[in-house]
Design a protein. Sequence first.
Length: 161
Amino acid sequence: MLMENNSKTFKNYSPEEVDKFLDQIIKQVERMIEDNKAKNKELILKDQKIEELNRTIANLHVKEEKLAQYERMEGTLNRAIVMAQKTSDQIKSSAHKESEIILEDAKRNASRIVNESLLKAEKTEMEADMLKRNINIFKRKLRGLIEAQLEMVDDIEKVDF
């Protein structure tokens, strides 16, 4: 076979080159794992933001309940004074419209953020699955290469010198 000078090369493959190649692949896989961890941390931050928005929506509901309570109090006072009733109706209508606008905006923003987070989570999951598949393919190819190398070593041992 192709053996050179007492060095441990075989068919132009040196162990150092193979080790370097494997080290490169290991570094790439480690980088990919770190990227995946960073994306998971990003998802956790997004989940925290969603929770914060949910708390904000809950606060808006409390504020709506308080607004309704104030509207009832206004109704009682409005019966006593006719002129105050006209002014009160205008304020109540304006406040109600503004609260609906704020609530709708909050709902739209919360829905958008949830959808974006779900899409990012799906994307991260797909990337993780792709990484797993690539690692499995790499393992199979590496195993085949090593088995072929072992077969060559076995063939060399069979040769009579």
